[in-house]
Write a protein that binds this ligand. Structure first.
Ligand SMILES: [Zn+2]
Length: 494
C-alpha cells in the first residue's frame, strides 16, 4: 500500500505525494516557453491531487504507479532570458522533482510582500543519492545503512569539517544578471551534474538565486532602476532599504538618507530579507567553507572589509580563491577582473554588508563578492548576452569552489587546533558582547537570543595591536600569468 510520505518510482523518477501537494506554481503551465518533460503520471494541480487521493482511498492495494494521469512540468528558459520570480520558483520545483535524490528546497523566510525566499540545496553525498547511485552501480549486497559501507566503497569523500558553499544573488533588485548567473550555477550543478561530478562529490551547495524577490519583481515590472527592497519606512513615507547595508556589523557607520539607494534601514536586520538570510547562515555556520555574494557590474572580485580600509588577518586566503576565478576567466575569454578588498577597490566605506557579516560574525573562512561585468552592459545586459556572461561567470565560480576545497584541509586543521588550544586553556577570557556594548564586530542582537554570538577580539583590533597582520594560513596566490586553464569539459581537480 502506498504511503503518502514514501517516494514513488514512476517512469524512472522518484516523486512523493507530499512534495507534489506543495506545488503551488504548477498551474502556471501556460508560461512554459521551452522543453517540457514528463516527470511522472501523477496529477499535481490541486484538483488532480484530490482525484488521486480519492482514487488511492478507493483502491488502497493498487500501486500508485499504475494511475494513468499524465502531467507535464514545464522547464522555464532559464539560460537565455530574465525570468519572473514565479518562473524561478517553478524552475526550482522542476529540479526538486527531477533530481530529488540530491536536490532539496528550503524556505529561508518570507519577504515583506510575503513571497517565499527560497534556497536550493545540492548535496550529491546525501544518503538518498548514495543509495540511488549504489543501486545504479548494481552493488549486489545493498548495505543496511547508507553510510559506512558505501563510504568504504569510496563513492564519496568523507564529509568532515567545512564542506559547504553558499551563493546568494538578487539582493539588489535591478541586478538581474546576478540572478541568471546564480540560476546558471544551479543548472550546471543539477542538469549538467555529469560534468561536475568531482566537484559535487566534494562540496555541498546552497544557492539563493533571489534574496530580494519583492524588489526584483518591482524592478522587472515597474521600475528597472529599483535597487532596494519594498518595505515602506515607518515614519517618513519612503519605500525600501538597501539589503546590503542592513546587516549587523558596523551598521551605524553607514550614513545615508531614507530616499537614497543605500539607505541602511532604521536598525540592523530591520528587513525580513536580511534577517532570513542571516538566520540561514547561522544555522549552517559550522559547515560553511565559502560564501559568495553576486552583484553587478563593477567587474571585480572583492574580500572584506567593506567597513574599514584595513585588511583581515587571512586576506591572502581569500585572495587566492579570488585569483583562481580571475585567472580562469582571463584564460576563458580574456576578460580582466580586478581583485582586492571591498573598501580598497570601491574607494569608499561600505558598512553593514552581507560579506562583512558572513566573515566577521558568522566566521565563514572564505567570503567574497563577485561584481559581474560590465560598464558595457549595465545591470541588465541584453538577452543575447545572458548565456555567454553566465558561462564565463560559472567558469570563474567553479574555479573558486575548487580552490576553496583545495585549502579546506588547512582551514579545518587550523580550526581544530584552535578548539584544542581553547580546551587546554579554559581560563582564557572570551568576550560575550551584549547589544549595548561598543565593539568592532557587533552581535546579531536582532536575531533572537539563541543566536547571540560569542566573539573574540576582531581581526581589525588584532591588526592594530600587532601593527602587522600575521596570517594563520600560508597560501600561495597565483599570478594571472601563471594560470593555465585546461578546458571547460575537464572537471577533475588538479
Ligand atoms: Zn549590488
Amino acid at each position: 500500500m502506498a504511503n503518502s510520505n514514501k517516494p514513488l518510482e514512476i517512469s524512472g523518477q522518484h516523486l512523493s505525494l507530499q512534495s507534489l501537494a506543495s506545488q503551488r506554481y504548477l498551474p502556471k503551465l501556460a508560461h512554459a516557453k521551452t522543453s517540457r518533460i514528463y516527470t511522472g503520471r501523477i496529477g499535481a494541480s490541486s484538483s488532480a491531487l484530490k482525484e488521486l487521493k480519492k482514487e488511492k482511498r478507493k483502491r488502497p492495494t493498487r500501486s500508485t504507479a499504475s494511475i494513468s494521469r499524465l502531467i507535464e512540468l514545464p522547464r522555464p528558459d532559464v539560460l537565455n532570458s530574465y525570468l519572473s520570480y514565479g518562473e524561478i520558483l517553478q524552475y526550482l520545483d522542476y529540479l526538486r522533482l527531477r533530481y530529488c535524490e540530491f536536490v532539496k528546497l528550503h524556505t529561508l523566510g518570507l519577504s515583506y510582500e510575503r513571497r517565499p525566499i527560497r534556497a536550493i540545496e545540492i548535496h550529491w553525498n546525501s544518503e538518498r543519492n548514495l543509495w540511488a547511485q549504489a543501486k545504479e552501480n548494481r552493488i549486489s549486497s545493498a548495505p543496511s545503512t547508507y553510510c559506512g559501507e558505501l563510504k568504504e566503497l569510496e563513492l564519496c569523500a568523507p564529509e568532515r569539517g567545512r564542506n559547504t558553499v553558499f551563493i546568494e544573488a538578487g539582493t539588489h533588485a535591478r541586478e538581474w544578471i546576478t540572478v541568471t548567473v546564480a540560476l546558471h550555477c544551479i543548472h550546471q550543478l543539477t542538469e549538467k551534474n555529469g560534468r561536475h561530478r568531482e566537484l559535487l562529490r566534494k562540496l555541498r551547495f546552497f544557492i539563493v538565486p533571489v534574496v530580494n524577490p519583492d524588489g526584483y519583481e518591482y524592478s522587472k515590472n515597474k521600475n528597472p532602476r529599483w535597487r532596494k527592497n519594498r518595505r515602506p519606512h515607518d515614519d517618513d513615507g519612503y519605500v525600501g532599504t538597501d539589503c546590503n547595508r542592513n546587516f549587523d556589523i558596523h551598521w551605524d557607520q553607514c550614513k545615508s538618507k531614507a530616499k537614497r539607494n543605500t539607505y541602511p534601514g532604521d536598525k540592523p536586520f530591520s528587513e525580513p530579507e536580511t534577517k532570513s538570510l542571516a538566520q540561514m547562515l547561522h544555522k549552517l555556520a559550522p559547515k560553511l567553507l565559502f560564501f559568495l555574494s553576486l552583484h553587478s557590474y563593477a567587474q571585480c572580485i572583492m574580500y572584506p572589509w567593506g567597513h574599514s580600509k584595513s585588511l583581515p588577518q587571512d586576506y591572502k586566503l581569500m585572495e587566492s580563491v579570488a585569483m583562481a576565478a580571475r585567472n580562469a576567466i582571463k584564460s576563458y575569454n580574456g576578460r580582466y577582473y580586478r581583485v582586492g578588498s571591498i573598501s580598497n577597490i570601491t574607494k569608499r566605506i561600505i558598512a553593514g554588508s552581507v560579506v562583512d557579516y558572513a566573515y566577521g560574525v558568522v566566521k565563514i573562512p572564505i567570503c567574497l563578492v563577485m561584481e559581474l561585468p560590465s560598464t558595457e552592459y549595465g545591470f541588465q545586459p541584453p538577452p543575447e548576452k545572458i548565456s555567454p556572461l553566465s558561462s564565463e561567470s560559472w567558469c570563474g565560480i567553479r574555479e573558486m569552489c575548487k580552490q576553496a576545497y583545495s585549502i579546506k584541509s588547512q582551514i579545518d586543521e587550523s580550526e581544530a587546533k584552535e578548539v584544542l588550544e581553547s580546551q587546554m586553556e579554559p581560563s582564557l577570557p572570551k568576550i560575550i558582547i551584549t547589544p549595548k556594548e561598543e565593539s568592532n564586530t557587533k552581535p546579531s542582537s536582532n536575531l533572537g537570543q539563541s543566536e547571540q554570538v560569542l566573539l573574540t577580539e576582531s581581526f581589525e583590533e588584532e591588526a592594530k595591536n600587532n601593527n602587522k597582520i600575521q596570517p594563520k594560513f600560508n597560501v600561495k596566490t597565483q599570478r594571472a600569468t601563471d594560470c593555465y586553464y585546461p578546458s571547460l569539459i575537464d572537471d577533475e581537480f588538479k
